[in-house]
Design a protein around this ligand. Structure first.
Ligand SMILES: Cc1cc2nc3c(=O)[nH]c(=O)nc-3n(C[C@H](O)[C@H](O)[C@H](O)COP(=O)(O)OP(=O)(O)OC[C@H]3O[C@@H](n4cnc5c(N)ncnc54)[C@H](O)[C@@H]3O)c2cc1C
Length: 363
């Protein structure tokens, strides 16, 4: 069997975004036994490069900010709404407050000053935050998206653009072909490996570069009478990160744990307990919410937290390893892959994500 154009392996937010971009000027097949699921279905939906940043990860901050700038147009093209209220960041104990100071100092040195607030000042801006919060920050530029609405928008856009969905599972990607589980070989032009945490098994160069990082997350429903959140709230609770992302309507997403647990996607009682306990210390009203869903997903971890976006060998590209930021980085990743395949320069911020920083590649 053969496909004349490009085959994208993996139909999470990254593969779908790439397929939609590529389909504007070439024929595209998307290979995935379960498209629009994976980590992308589970995720929190924060588009938050600034509150994710940390000293030493300046390239990731630049990449994230460049992608954030593309989000309003990306969302409008897909007919997907964005939340623009920004993020309230909260610290519980003295060590948590010290961590927020490090983040605020770091951002100031990069010229990205944020508002430092006392606990009382933070509560004025976000009344759902409780009295145990010691200090905080307000980050106005962050956005948030309903990841499931986004995936529905991408699947519709891909179908409209003529992308062929092939629900088979890839096993190995080689120049000019993809071997399927079961042994059949598909001949094709270019292949893009975009299979998230599973990408490491699809090409020998990715074997040690992409690993699964488990994350548990909860979905809650505001019951009548509870005080709704007006911003995304991120917090450190005795050094453990927790976040709450309000959705349109009454949904609230509460995440997320982070473990190195291989391909395990079972939700544990301990994970749910920890998330609810930490969230309640930040937003006491959370105990009155209904619990509607628990889920676990696999982030695609990389060695340096930057994704891998670029050629591996002639006719084979990778777009994986987006770790905690795959939704945020989808627009710039798709633009970069389109440019690389068209022989154009990708956005400059993507050069830091070249897989050649870790493994020899052939162009
Ligand atoms: C709990 C949690 C919360 C998160 N919150 C956020 C957030 O707030 N903001 C943010 O930006 N990011 C967040 N992330 C990270 C984000 O979800 C990921 O970075 C992003 O979804 C990665 O997208 P992807 O398309 O690379 O992978 P995935 O969404 O995992 O998709 C991979 C796809 O590849 C397919 N596939 C696998 N193997 C094969 C194969 N052999 N052949 C064909 N297809 C295959 C799978 O079926 C799947 O559809 C979160 C992740 C988790 C787990």
């Amino acid at each position: 069997m053969s496909y004349s154009g490009t085959v994208v392996v993996g139909g999470g937010v990254i593969g779908l975004s790439i397929a939609v971009r590529l389909a504007a000027d070439r024929s595209v097949t998307l290979l995935d036994p379960a498209p629009a699921r994976g980590a992308s279905w589970v995720a929190g939906g924060m588009l938050a490069p600034v509150t994710e940043s940390w000293p030493g990860e300046e390239d990731l901050l630049e990449l994230g900010c460049a992608s954030l700038a593309r989000w309003p147009e990306f969302a409008a093209d897909l007919g997907v709404e964005l939340r623009t209220d920004g993020t309230a960041v909260a610290a519980l104990d003295a060590a948590d407050a010290a961590q927020l100071d490090i983040l605020a100092d770091h951002l100031a040195t990069l010229g990205r000053a944020v508002d430092r607030l006392t606990g009382r000042e933070l509560r004025k801006r976000e009344p759902a935050v409780g009295p145990s919060v010691r200090s905080g920050l307000m980050v106005p530029g962050d956005l948030a998206v309903d990841n499931r609405e986004l995936l529905r928008g991408l699947v519709s856009a891909a179908a409209r653009a003529g992308v062929t969905f092939d629900r088979r599972c890839a096993q190995v990607v080689e120049p000019g072909s993809v071997r399927l589980a079961g042994g059949e070989v598909i001949r094709c032009g270019t292949t893009v490996i975009a299979a998230g945490a599973w990408s490491g098994g699809l090409h020998p160069a990715l074997d040690q570069l992409v690993r699964p990082v488990k994350g548990e997350i909860l979905r809650l429903r505001a019951r009548p009478g509870v005080l709704p959140l007006t911003h995304t709230v991120r917090a450190l609770v005795e050094s453990r990160p927790v976040y709450l992302v309000p959705r349109k309507g009454d949904e609230l997403v509460l995440g997320a744990t982070q473990y190195e647990a291989g391909f395990d996607t079972e939700v544990t009682a301990g994970g749910v307990h920890r998330l609810l306990d930490d969230a309640e210390r930040v937003v006491p009203g959370i105990a009155e919410y209904g619990l509607t869903e628990t889920a676990a997903g696999l982030r695609a971890g990389s060695r340096d937290n930057l994704p891998l976006v670029g050629p591996l060998e002639p006719g084979v590209l990778v777009a994986a390893g987006h770790h905690r930021n795959g939704l945020l980085l989808a627009p710039i990743t798709a633009a970069a892959v389109r440019a690389m395949i068209a022989g154009e320069d990708p956005p400059a911020e993507v050069l830091a994500a070249d897989p050649a920083r870790h493994v020899p590649t052939r162009r």
